[in-house]
Design a protein around this ligand. Structure first.
Ligand code: FBP
Length: 550
Protein backbone atom coordinates (compact mmCIF):
# COMPACT_ATOMS: atom_id res chain seq x y z
CA UNK A 1 0.00 0.00 0.00
CA UNK A 2 1.34 3.45 -0.86
CA UNK A 3 1.03 5.94 1.98
CA UNK A 4 0.01 9.40 0.75
CA UNK A 5 2.68 12.04 1.43
CA UNK A 6 2.42 15.85 1.39
CA UNK A 7 5.01 17.85 -0.58
CA UNK A 8 6.84 18.71 2.67
CA UNK A 9 6.80 15.07 3.76
CA UNK A 10 8.22 13.99 0.39
CA UNK A 11 11.04 16.52 0.61
CA UNK A 12 11.62 15.66 4.27
CA UNK A 13 11.90 11.91 3.57
CA UNK A 14 15.26 12.58 1.93
CA UNK A 15 16.69 14.18 5.10
CA UNK A 16 19.63 12.16 6.42
CA UNK A 17 19.66 12.55 10.21
CA UNK A 18 22.98 13.43 11.79
CA UNK A 19 24.81 11.05 14.13
CA UNK A 20 27.50 11.41 16.80
CA UNK A 21 30.89 11.31 15.04
CA UNK A 22 31.97 7.93 16.41
CA UNK A 23 28.79 6.26 15.14
CA UNK A 24 28.79 8.14 11.82
CA UNK A 25 32.35 6.96 11.15
CA UNK A 26 32.28 3.48 12.60
CA UNK A 27 28.66 2.37 12.50
CA UNK A 28 27.36 0.35 15.43
CA UNK A 29 30.29 -1.99 15.88
CA UNK A 30 32.19 0.31 18.25
CA UNK A 31 34.23 0.00 21.40
CA UNK A 32 32.17 0.19 24.59
CA UNK A 33 34.10 1.91 27.37
CA UNK A 34 32.76 1.10 30.88
CA UNK A 35 32.66 3.36 33.95
CA UNK A 36 32.56 2.22 37.59
CA UNK A 37 29.60 0.61 39.42
CA UNK A 38 26.55 2.86 39.79
CA UNK A 39 23.85 3.42 42.42
CA UNK A 40 20.18 4.43 42.17
CA UNK A 41 19.11 8.07 42.64
CA UNK A 42 17.39 7.16 45.94
CA UNK A 43 16.28 4.19 48.06
CA UNK A 44 19.34 2.23 46.92
CA UNK A 45 18.88 -0.74 49.25
CA UNK A 46 15.29 -1.28 48.21
CA UNK A 47 16.12 -0.86 44.51
CA UNK A 48 19.00 -3.34 44.82
CA UNK A 49 16.58 -5.81 46.43
CA UNK A 50 14.14 -5.37 43.52
CA UNK A 51 16.85 -5.70 40.85
CA UNK A 52 19.61 -7.96 42.22
CA UNK A 53 20.73 -9.03 38.73
CA UNK A 54 20.84 -5.64 37.05
CA UNK A 55 21.62 -3.19 39.87
CA UNK A 56 24.86 -1.22 39.77
CA UNK A 57 25.85 -1.74 36.11
CA UNK A 58 28.53 0.63 34.77
CA UNK A 59 27.79 3.57 32.45
CA UNK A 60 28.70 2.73 28.84
CA UNK A 61 30.31 5.24 26.47
CA UNK A 62 31.02 4.43 22.84
CA UNK A 63 34.46 5.37 21.73
CA UNK A 64 36.55 5.10 18.62
CA UNK A 65 37.72 1.51 18.08
CA UNK A 66 35.98 -1.62 16.81
CA UNK A 67 33.81 -3.86 18.99
CA UNK A 68 33.59 -7.61 18.50
CA UNK A 69 32.55 -8.95 15.08
CA UNK A 70 28.80 -9.56 15.15
CA UNK A 71 26.58 -12.44 14.17
CA UNK A 72 23.16 -11.38 12.83
CA UNK A 73 20.78 -10.23 15.59
CA UNK A 74 17.00 -10.52 15.68
CA UNK A 75 15.51 -7.69 17.67
CA UNK A 76 11.99 -6.64 18.66
CA UNK A 77 10.85 -3.07 19.27
CA UNK A 78 7.79 -1.46 20.87
CA UNK A 79 6.52 2.09 21.12
CA UNK A 80 5.01 2.62 24.53
CA UNK A 81 2.86 5.34 26.14
CA UNK A 82 1.91 8.69 24.65
CA UNK A 83 3.04 9.66 21.17
CA UNK A 84 6.12 11.87 20.82
CA UNK A 85 7.63 13.35 17.64
CA UNK A 86 10.57 11.30 16.39
CA UNK A 87 9.50 7.77 17.37
CA UNK A 88 9.68 6.66 13.75
CA UNK A 89 13.25 7.88 13.52
CA UNK A 90 14.24 5.86 16.60
CA UNK A 91 12.98 2.78 14.76
CA UNK A 92 14.75 3.85 11.54
CA UNK A 93 18.01 4.41 13.47
CA UNK A 94 17.65 1.04 15.20
CA UNK A 95 16.96 -0.70 11.88
CA UNK A 96 19.93 0.95 10.14
CA UNK A 97 22.15 0.33 13.17
CA UNK A 98 21.28 -3.38 13.28
CA UNK A 99 21.97 -3.71 9.55
CA UNK A 100 25.35 -2.03 10.10
CA UNK A 101 26.17 -4.63 12.77
CA UNK A 102 25.33 -7.41 10.35
CA UNK A 103 23.28 -7.04 7.16
CA UNK A 104 21.38 -10.25 8.00
CA UNK A 105 20.02 -8.78 11.26
CA UNK A 106 16.23 -8.55 11.53
CA UNK A 107 13.91 -6.08 13.26
CA UNK A 108 10.37 -6.95 14.37
CA UNK A 109 7.91 -4.28 15.45
CA UNK A 110 5.35 -5.40 18.06
CA UNK A 111 1.96 -3.81 17.51
CA UNK A 112 -0.01 -1.52 19.83
CA UNK A 113 2.59 -1.09 22.57
CA UNK A 114 3.56 -3.56 25.32
CA UNK A 115 0.46 -5.69 24.71
CA UNK A 116 1.86 -6.55 21.24
CA UNK A 117 4.64 -8.42 23.02
CA UNK A 118 2.29 -10.54 25.10
CA UNK A 119 -0.29 -11.01 22.33
CA UNK A 120 2.47 -11.83 19.83
CA UNK A 121 1.23 -9.31 17.27
CA UNK A 122 4.10 -8.10 15.14
CA UNK A 123 5.41 -7.04 11.74
CA UNK A 124 8.84 -7.67 10.27
CA UNK A 125 10.45 -4.53 8.86
CA UNK A 126 12.18 -4.27 5.52
CA UNK A 127 13.79 -1.31 3.74
CA UNK A 128 10.62 -0.13 1.97
CA UNK A 129 8.59 -0.31 5.21
CA UNK A 130 11.12 1.79 7.14
CA UNK A 131 11.71 4.25 4.27
CA UNK A 132 8.02 5.19 4.23
CA UNK A 133 8.28 6.48 7.81
CA UNK A 134 11.67 8.22 7.92
CA UNK A 135 11.52 11.70 9.48
CA UNK A 136 7.75 11.55 9.95
CA UNK A 137 5.82 12.27 13.14
CA UNK A 138 3.45 9.85 14.83
CA UNK A 139 3.65 6.33 16.17
CA UNK A 140 1.45 4.85 13.46
CA UNK A 141 4.25 2.67 12.10
CA UNK A 142 3.35 0.05 14.75
CA UNK A 143 1.07 1.94 17.17
CA UNK A 144 1.49 2.39 20.90
CA UNK A 145 -0.28 1.50 24.14
CA UNK A 146 -0.10 1.85 27.91
CA UNK A 147 -0.39 -1.77 29.06
CA UNK A 148 1.77 -2.27 32.13
CA UNK A 149 4.09 -5.26 31.94
CA UNK A 150 4.94 -6.15 35.51
CA UNK A 151 3.77 -9.68 36.20
CA UNK A 152 5.97 -12.76 35.95
CA UNK A 153 3.37 -14.48 33.71
CA UNK A 154 3.50 -11.55 31.28
CA UNK A 155 7.30 -11.66 31.18
CA UNK A 156 7.24 -15.44 30.62
CA UNK A 157 4.89 -14.97 27.66
CA UNK A 158 7.11 -12.23 26.22
CA UNK A 159 10.14 -14.49 26.46
CA UNK A 160 8.29 -17.38 24.86
CA UNK A 161 7.10 -15.17 21.97
CA UNK A 162 10.60 -13.79 21.46
CA UNK A 163 12.12 -17.27 21.48
CA UNK A 164 9.71 -18.44 18.77
CA UNK A 165 10.95 -15.62 16.54
CA UNK A 166 14.60 -16.08 17.54
CA UNK A 167 14.61 -12.59 19.11
CA UNK A 168 17.48 -11.95 21.51
CA UNK A 169 17.10 -8.19 21.95
CA UNK A 170 14.13 -5.95 22.82
CA UNK A 171 13.99 -2.18 22.57
CA UNK A 172 11.33 -0.33 24.57
CA UNK A 173 10.74 3.22 23.35
CA UNK A 174 8.93 4.89 26.22
CA UNK A 175 8.74 7.34 29.11
CA UNK A 176 9.44 6.82 32.80
CA UNK A 177 6.67 4.26 33.33
CA UNK A 178 7.49 2.28 30.18
CA UNK A 179 11.18 2.22 30.99
CA UNK A 180 10.32 1.06 34.51
CA UNK A 181 8.65 -1.88 32.71
CA UNK A 182 11.80 -2.30 30.59
CA UNK A 183 13.93 -2.44 33.73
CA UNK A 184 11.70 -5.13 35.26
CA UNK A 185 11.78 -7.14 32.05
CA UNK A 186 15.58 -6.85 31.86
CA UNK A 187 15.80 -8.10 35.45
CA UNK A 188 13.48 -11.03 34.70
CA UNK A 189 15.49 -11.95 31.60
CA UNK A 190 18.79 -11.79 33.51
CA UNK A 191 17.45 -13.75 36.48
CA UNK A 192 16.09 -16.50 34.26
CA UNK A 193 19.11 -16.49 31.95
CA UNK A 194 16.86 -16.12 28.92
CA UNK A 195 19.63 -14.63 26.78
CA UNK A 196 17.28 -11.74 25.89
CA UNK A 197 18.70 -8.24 26.31
CA UNK A 198 16.48 -5.23 26.97
CA UNK A 199 17.30 -1.61 26.06
CA UNK A 200 15.12 1.48 26.61
CA UNK A 201 14.96 4.78 24.72
CA UNK A 202 13.93 8.01 26.51
CA UNK A 203 10.65 9.19 25.00
CA UNK A 204 8.10 11.73 26.24
CA UNK A 205 7.01 15.19 25.23
CA UNK A 206 6.67 15.88 28.97
CA UNK A 207 10.45 16.29 29.29
CA UNK A 208 10.44 14.63 32.71
CA UNK A 209 12.70 11.71 31.86
CA UNK A 210 16.01 13.49 32.18
CA UNK A 211 18.94 13.69 34.55
CA UNK A 212 22.65 14.32 34.48
CA UNK A 213 23.17 11.68 31.76
CA UNK A 214 19.88 11.79 29.88
CA UNK A 215 19.83 15.43 28.83
CA UNK A 216 16.41 15.32 27.18
CA UNK A 217 13.60 12.96 26.35
CA UNK A 218 12.80 12.97 22.66
CA UNK A 219 9.70 14.76 21.42
CA UNK A 220 9.93 17.60 23.96
CA UNK A 221 11.77 19.80 21.46
CA UNK A 222 9.21 19.46 18.66
CA UNK A 223 6.08 19.45 20.84
CA UNK A 224 7.10 22.56 22.80
CA UNK A 225 7.95 24.35 19.54
CA UNK A 226 4.55 23.48 18.04
CA UNK A 227 2.75 24.76 21.15
CA UNK A 228 4.93 27.88 21.21
CA UNK A 229 4.06 28.62 17.61
CA UNK A 230 0.35 28.38 18.50
CA UNK A 231 0.77 30.46 21.67
CA UNK A 232 2.63 33.10 19.66
CA UNK A 233 -0.24 33.19 17.15
CA UNK A 234 -2.75 33.62 19.97
CA UNK A 235 -0.64 36.33 21.59
CA UNK A 236 -0.67 38.22 18.31
CA UNK A 237 -4.42 37.77 18.03
CA UNK A 238 -4.92 38.96 21.61
CA UNK A 239 -2.70 41.95 20.98
CA UNK A 240 -4.67 42.76 17.82
CA UNK A 241 -8.22 42.31 19.12
CA UNK A 242 -7.44 43.43 22.69
CA UNK A 243 -10.56 41.86 24.15
CA UNK A 244 -9.82 38.35 25.42
CA UNK A 245 -7.86 36.69 28.16
CA UNK A 246 -6.65 33.35 26.75
CA UNK A 247 -6.06 30.59 29.30
CA UNK A 248 -3.96 27.91 27.64
CA UNK A 249 -3.48 24.55 29.31
CA UNK A 250 -0.37 22.75 28.15
CA UNK A 251 0.30 19.04 28.27
CA UNK A 252 3.05 17.61 30.36
CA UNK A 253 1.26 15.51 32.97
CA UNK A 254 3.01 16.22 36.31
CA UNK A 255 6.02 18.29 35.39
CA UNK A 256 5.73 21.86 34.06
CA UNK A 257 8.69 21.61 31.67
CA UNK A 258 6.51 22.26 28.63
CA UNK A 259 4.76 25.27 30.21
CA UNK A 260 8.13 26.68 31.28
CA UNK A 261 9.72 26.09 27.88
CA UNK A 262 6.75 27.67 26.09
CA UNK A 263 6.92 30.65 28.46
CA UNK A 264 10.61 31.11 27.62
CA UNK A 265 9.77 30.93 23.92
CA UNK A 266 6.73 33.25 23.97
CA UNK A 267 6.86 35.59 27.04
CA UNK A 268 3.20 35.33 28.12
CA UNK A 269 1.66 37.61 30.78
CA UNK A 270 1.22 34.73 33.21
CA UNK A 271 2.71 31.25 33.35
CA UNK A 272 1.95 29.03 36.31
CA UNK A 273 4.59 26.50 37.27
CA UNK A 274 3.20 23.62 39.30
CA UNK A 275 6.44 22.91 41.12
CA UNK A 276 6.51 26.51 42.43
CA UNK A 277 2.88 26.29 43.51
CA UNK A 278 3.77 23.23 45.57
CA UNK A 279 6.99 24.66 47.00
CA UNK A 280 5.22 27.87 48.08
CA UNK A 281 2.22 25.87 49.30
CA UNK A 282 -0.17 28.07 47.35
CA UNK A 283 -3.85 27.41 47.76
CA UNK A 284 -6.25 27.48 44.82
CA UNK A 285 -7.64 30.74 46.22
CA UNK A 286 -4.17 32.33 46.26
CA UNK A 287 -3.46 31.26 42.68
CA UNK A 288 -6.76 32.74 41.55
CA UNK A 289 -6.02 35.99 43.41
CA UNK A 290 -2.57 36.30 41.84
CA UNK A 291 -4.04 35.89 38.36
CA UNK A 292 -6.84 38.35 39.10
CA UNK A 293 -4.31 40.94 40.30
CA UNK A 294 -2.50 40.78 36.94
CA UNK A 295 -5.81 41.02 35.08
CA UNK A 296 -6.74 44.07 37.18
CA UNK A 297 -3.35 45.77 36.73
CA UNK A 298 -3.51 45.37 32.97
CA UNK A 299 -7.09 46.55 32.93
CA UNK A 300 -6.06 49.77 34.68
CA UNK A 301 -3.92 50.63 31.64
CA UNK A 302 -6.72 49.68 29.25
CA UNK A 303 -5.38 46.19 28.52
CA UNK A 304 -8.33 43.90 29.03
CA UNK A 305 -6.50 41.07 27.32
CA UNK A 306 -3.68 38.70 28.04
CA UNK A 307 -2.24 35.20 27.91
CA UNK A 308 -2.00 32.77 30.82
CA UNK A 309 -0.24 29.41 30.52
CA UNK A 310 -1.47 26.64 32.79
CA UNK A 311 0.47 23.39 33.17
CA UNK A 312 -1.69 20.29 32.75
CA UNK A 313 -0.79 18.81 36.12
CA UNK A 314 -1.37 22.00 38.18
CA UNK A 315 -4.22 20.62 40.26
CA UNK A 316 -2.06 17.78 41.60
CA UNK A 317 0.48 20.29 42.95
CA UNK A 318 -1.86 22.53 44.93
CA UNK A 319 -1.19 21.13 48.41
CA UNK A 320 -4.82 20.71 49.53
CA UNK A 321 -5.64 19.09 46.18
CA UNK A 322 -2.54 16.90 46.20
CA UNK A 323 -3.46 15.33 49.52
CA UNK A 324 -7.03 14.91 48.36
CA UNK A 325 -5.95 13.29 45.04
CA UNK A 326 -3.53 10.94 46.82
CA UNK A 327 -6.40 9.83 49.08
CA UNK A 328 -8.70 9.49 46.07
CA UNK A 329 -6.10 7.33 44.29
CA UNK A 330 -5.95 4.92 47.22
CA UNK A 331 -9.73 4.85 47.63
CA UNK A 332 -10.28 4.33 43.94
CA UNK A 333 -7.95 1.31 43.99
CA UNK A 334 -10.41 -0.27 46.49
CA UNK A 335 -12.31 -3.18 44.86
CA UNK A 336 -15.52 -1.95 46.55
CA UNK A 337 -15.26 1.39 44.73
CA UNK A 338 -14.60 -0.39 41.46
CA UNK A 339 -17.73 -2.48 41.96
CA UNK A 340 -19.89 0.69 42.15
CA UNK A 341 -21.67 1.49 38.90
CA UNK A 342 -23.42 4.74 39.70
CA UNK A 343 -21.56 8.10 39.77
CA UNK A 344 -23.59 9.31 42.77
CA UNK A 345 -22.70 6.16 44.74
CA UNK A 346 -19.03 6.65 43.86
CA UNK A 347 -19.21 10.28 44.93
CA UNK A 348 -20.88 9.36 48.21
CA UNK A 349 -18.36 6.60 48.95
CA UNK A 350 -15.43 8.92 48.29
CA UNK A 351 -16.66 11.92 50.25
CA UNK A 352 -17.47 9.65 53.19
CA UNK A 353 -14.01 8.07 53.22
CA UNK A 354 -11.90 11.18 52.53
CA UNK A 355 -10.45 12.95 55.58
CA UNK A 356 -12.30 16.14 56.57
CA UNK A 357 -9.81 18.51 54.87
CA UNK A 358 -9.76 16.48 51.65
CA UNK A 359 -13.54 16.14 51.60
CA UNK A 360 -13.74 19.91 51.91
CA UNK A 361 -11.23 20.45 49.09
CA UNK A 362 -13.19 18.01 46.92
CA UNK A 363 -16.52 19.63 47.68
CA UNK A 364 -15.30 23.15 46.84
CA UNK A 365 -14.69 22.02 43.25
CA UNK A 366 -17.41 22.34 40.61
CA UNK A 367 -19.26 19.08 39.84
CA UNK A 368 -17.58 18.83 36.41
CA UNK A 369 -14.07 18.82 37.90
CA UNK A 370 -15.16 16.35 40.62
CA UNK A 371 -16.39 14.02 37.87
CA UNK A 372 -13.10 14.41 36.00
CA UNK A 373 -11.15 13.54 39.17
CA UNK A 374 -13.25 10.40 39.61
CA UNK A 375 -12.37 9.09 36.15
CA UNK A 376 -10.26 5.94 35.80
CA UNK A 377 -6.53 6.21 36.48
CA UNK A 378 -4.24 5.12 33.65
CA UNK A 379 -2.70 1.63 33.90
CA UNK A 380 0.26 3.12 35.79
CA UNK A 381 -1.96 4.66 38.48
CA UNK A 382 -1.73 8.25 37.17
CA UNK A 383 -4.64 10.68 37.24
CA UNK A 384 -5.48 11.46 33.60
CA UNK A 385 -4.76 15.16 33.98
CA UNK A 386 -5.30 15.82 30.28
CA UNK A 387 -9.02 15.30 31.02
CA UNK A 388 -9.23 17.77 33.90
CA UNK A 389 -10.26 21.18 32.62
CA UNK A 390 -8.12 23.32 34.94
CA UNK A 391 -8.01 26.17 32.43
CA UNK A 392 -11.81 26.47 32.51
CA UNK A 393 -11.85 26.19 36.30
CA UNK A 394 -9.39 29.10 36.55
CA UNK A 395 -11.36 31.26 34.10
CA UNK A 396 -14.51 30.68 36.18
CA UNK A 397 -12.86 31.34 39.53
CA UNK A 398 -10.95 34.43 38.31
CA UNK A 399 -14.19 35.74 36.75
CA UNK A 400 -16.05 35.23 40.05
CA UNK A 401 -13.38 37.04 42.04
CA UNK A 402 -13.25 39.96 39.60
CA UNK A 403 -17.04 40.26 39.86
CA UNK A 404 -16.69 40.45 43.64
CA UNK A 405 -14.07 43.18 43.26
CA UNK A 406 -16.27 45.00 40.76
CA UNK A 407 -19.19 44.97 43.19
CA UNK A 408 -16.91 46.58 45.78
CA UNK A 409 -15.72 49.17 43.27
CA UNK A 410 -12.19 47.70 43.21
CA UNK A 411 -12.14 46.69 39.55
CA UNK A 412 -13.66 48.38 36.53
CA UNK A 413 -12.43 46.28 33.61
CA UNK A 414 -13.96 43.63 31.36
CA UNK A 415 -12.85 40.03 31.71
CA UNK A 416 -13.67 37.69 28.88
CA UNK A 417 -11.89 34.33 29.01
CA UNK A 418 -11.13 31.93 26.17
CA UNK A 419 -9.87 28.48 26.98
CA UNK A 420 -7.48 26.28 25.00
CA UNK A 421 -5.74 23.01 25.59
CA UNK A 422 -2.63 22.21 23.57
CA UNK A 423 -1.45 18.64 23.81
CA UNK A 424 -2.52 16.33 21.05
CA UNK A 425 -1.72 19.07 18.50
CA UNK A 426 2.00 18.59 19.06
CA UNK A 427 2.54 14.95 19.94
CA UNK A 428 2.66 13.68 16.37
CA UNK A 429 4.19 16.68 14.61
CA UNK A 430 6.96 16.04 12.08
CA UNK A 431 10.12 15.99 14.21
CA UNK A 432 12.25 19.12 14.26
CA UNK A 433 15.82 18.68 13.01
CA UNK A 434 16.87 18.28 16.65
CA UNK A 435 14.39 15.47 17.31
CA UNK A 436 14.98 13.86 13.90
CA UNK A 437 18.73 13.68 14.61
CA UNK A 438 18.42 12.85 18.31
CA UNK A 439 15.90 10.06 17.73
CA UNK A 440 17.84 8.49 14.90
CA UNK A 441 20.97 8.61 17.10
CA UNK A 442 19.09 7.03 20.04
CA UNK A 443 17.91 4.14 17.85
CA UNK A 444 21.37 3.69 16.34
CA UNK A 445 22.90 3.72 19.83
CA UNK A 446 20.36 1.11 21.02
CA UNK A 447 21.59 -1.16 18.21
CA UNK A 448 25.20 -0.56 19.30
CA UNK A 449 24.28 -1.43 22.92
CA UNK A 450 22.66 -4.69 21.80
CA UNK A 451 25.69 -5.36 19.61
CA UNK A 452 27.87 -4.92 22.70
CA UNK A 453 25.67 -7.45 24.55
CA UNK A 454 24.26 -4.89 27.01
CA UNK A 455 20.93 -5.18 28.83
CA UNK A 456 19.08 -3.02 31.38
CA UNK A 457 20.31 0.24 29.81
CA UNK A 458 18.68 3.40 28.52
CA UNK A 459 20.14 4.48 25.20
CA UNK A 460 21.89 7.77 25.86
CA UNK A 461 23.07 10.55 23.56
CA UNK A 462 24.69 13.49 25.35
CA UNK A 463 26.28 16.88 24.71
CA UNK A 464 23.10 17.84 22.89
CA UNK A 465 23.65 21.61 22.77
CA UNK A 466 26.68 21.06 20.55
CA UNK A 467 26.47 20.15 16.85
CA UNK A 468 25.46 16.50 16.39
CA UNK A 469 28.92 15.32 15.38
CA UNK A 470 30.07 16.22 18.92
CA UNK A 471 27.28 14.25 20.61
CA UNK A 472 28.39 11.40 22.88
CA UNK A 473 26.63 8.02 22.58
CA UNK A 474 26.36 5.29 25.20
CA UNK A 475 24.08 3.66 27.75
CA UNK A 476 22.89 4.54 31.27
CA UNK A 477 21.82 1.71 33.62
CA UNK A 478 18.05 1.89 34.15
CA UNK A 479 18.42 1.09 37.85
CA UNK A 480 20.40 4.33 38.29
CA UNK A 481 17.22 6.35 37.74
CA UNK A 482 14.95 4.43 40.08
CA UNK A 483 13.40 5.19 43.45
CA UNK A 484 10.42 4.01 45.49
CA UNK A 485 7.06 5.77 44.95
CA UNK A 486 3.48 5.14 45.99
CA UNK A 487 1.34 3.96 43.06
CA UNK A 488 -2.14 2.40 43.12
CA UNK A 489 -1.94 2.47 46.90
CA UNK A 490 1.35 0.48 46.98
CA UNK A 491 5.08 1.20 47.27
CA UNK A 492 6.68 0.54 43.85
CA UNK A 493 10.15 0.78 42.34
CA UNK A 494 9.83 3.30 39.50
CA UNK A 495 12.00 5.67 37.46
CA UNK A 496 12.10 9.03 39.22
CA UNK A 497 10.33 11.81 37.35
CA UNK A 498 12.41 14.93 36.78
CA UNK A 499 10.30 17.90 37.83
CA UNK A 500 11.13 21.57 37.18
CA UNK A 501 13.91 22.62 39.55
CA UNK A 502 13.19 26.00 41.06
CA UNK A 503 16.89 26.73 41.48
CA UNK A 504 17.59 25.56 37.92
CA UNK A 505 18.54 28.02 35.20
CA UNK A 506 15.36 27.74 33.06
CA UNK A 507 13.07 28.59 36.00
CA UNK A 508 15.44 31.32 37.22
CA UNK A 509 15.52 32.92 33.76
CA UNK A 510 11.70 32.91 33.71
CA UNK A 511 11.39 34.21 37.28
CA UNK A 512 13.59 37.20 36.46
CA UNK A 513 11.41 38.26 33.55
CA UNK A 514 7.86 37.42 34.52
CA UNK A 515 7.00 40.64 36.33
CA UNK A 516 7.76 42.66 33.26
CA UNK A 517 6.01 40.14 30.94
CA UNK A 518 2.88 40.48 33.16
CA UNK A 519 2.31 44.17 32.58
CA UNK A 520 4.33 45.08 29.49
CA UNK A 521 3.63 43.40 26.20
CA UNK A 522 6.83 41.58 25.42
CA UNK A 523 5.21 38.76 23.51
CA UNK A 524 7.57 36.73 21.35
CA UNK A 525 6.21 35.04 18.21
CA UNK A 526 8.41 32.03 17.45
CA UNK A 527 6.62 31.00 14.23
CA UNK A 528 6.51 27.46 12.83
CA UNK A 529 9.30 24.90 13.05
CA UNK A 530 11.63 25.27 10.07
CA UNK A 531 13.12 22.20 8.44
CA UNK A 532 15.12 23.84 5.64
CA UNK A 533 17.28 26.91 6.06
CA UNK A 534 20.06 28.27 8.27
CA UNK A 535 21.13 26.09 11.23
CA UNK A 536 20.56 29.07 13.58
CA UNK A 537 16.84 28.76 12.81
CA UNK A 538 16.43 25.05 12.01
CA UNK A 539 18.75 23.33 14.48
CA UNK A 540 18.31 25.49 17.60
CA UNK A 541 17.48 23.27 20.59
CA UNK A 542 15.00 24.31 23.30
CA UNK A 543 15.64 27.27 25.57
CA UNK A 544 15.52 24.89 28.56
CA UNK A 545 18.38 22.70 27.41
CA UNK A 546 20.43 25.71 26.30
CA UNK A 547 20.04 27.25 29.76
CA UNK A 548 20.52 23.96 31.62
CA UNK A 549 23.72 23.15 29.78
CA UNK A 550 25.10 26.70 29.59
P1 FBP B 1 3.93 9.75 28.28
O1 FBP B 1 4.93 10.20 27.26
O2 FBP B 1 4.48 9.81 29.66
O3 FBP B 1 3.38 8.43 27.95
O4 FBP B 1 2.72 10.79 28.28
C1 FBP B 1 2.61 11.85 27.43
C2 FBP B 1 1.26 12.50 27.56
O5 FBP B 1 1.09 13.26 26.38
C3 FBP B 1 1.05 13.39 28.79
O6 FBP B 1 1.57 14.69 28.61
C4 FBP B 1 -0.44 13.39 28.90
O7 FBP B 1 -0.89 13.72 30.21
C5 FBP B 1 -0.80 11.99 28.54
O8 FBP B 1 0.21 11.54 27.65
C6 FBP B 1 -2.14 11.88 27.86
O9 FBP B 1 -2.44 10.53 27.73
P2 FBP B 1 -3.40 9.93 26.63
O10 FBP B 1 -2.63 9.89 25.36
O11 FBP B 1 -3.67 8.57 27.14
O12 FBP B 1 -4.58 10.82 26.53
Amino acid sequence: MTIPASPLQTARAAYQPKLPKVLAEQGTNVRASLGGPTTSVADSEAIQRHFPNSYGLPIVTFESGAGQAQAALSVGVILSGGQAPGGHNVIAGLYDGLKKLNSASALYGFLGGPSGLTDNKYVKFDDAFIDAYRNTGGFDIIGSGRTKLEKEEQFATVVENCRTLGITGLVVIGGDDSNTNACMLAEYCAKNQTGIKVIGCPKTIDGDLKNEWIEASFGFDTASKVYSELIGNIERDANSAKKYWHFIKLMGRSASHIALECALQTHPNIALISEEVEAKKKTLREIVEEIAIVVKKRSEVKKDFGIALVPEGLIEFIPEMKTMIAELNDLMADPYFNGLKDDDDKHQFLTKKLCAASAQAFNTLPAGIQRQLMMDRDPHGNVQVSRIETEKLLIDLVGDLLSEWKAKGQYAGKFSGQNHFFGYEGRCAAPSNFDADYCYSLGFTAAALLGAGKSGYLSSVRNLTKPADQWVAGGIPLTMMMNIERRHGQEKAVIKKALVELDGKPFQAFAQKRASWATEDEFLYPGPIQYFGPASVCDRPTESILLERS
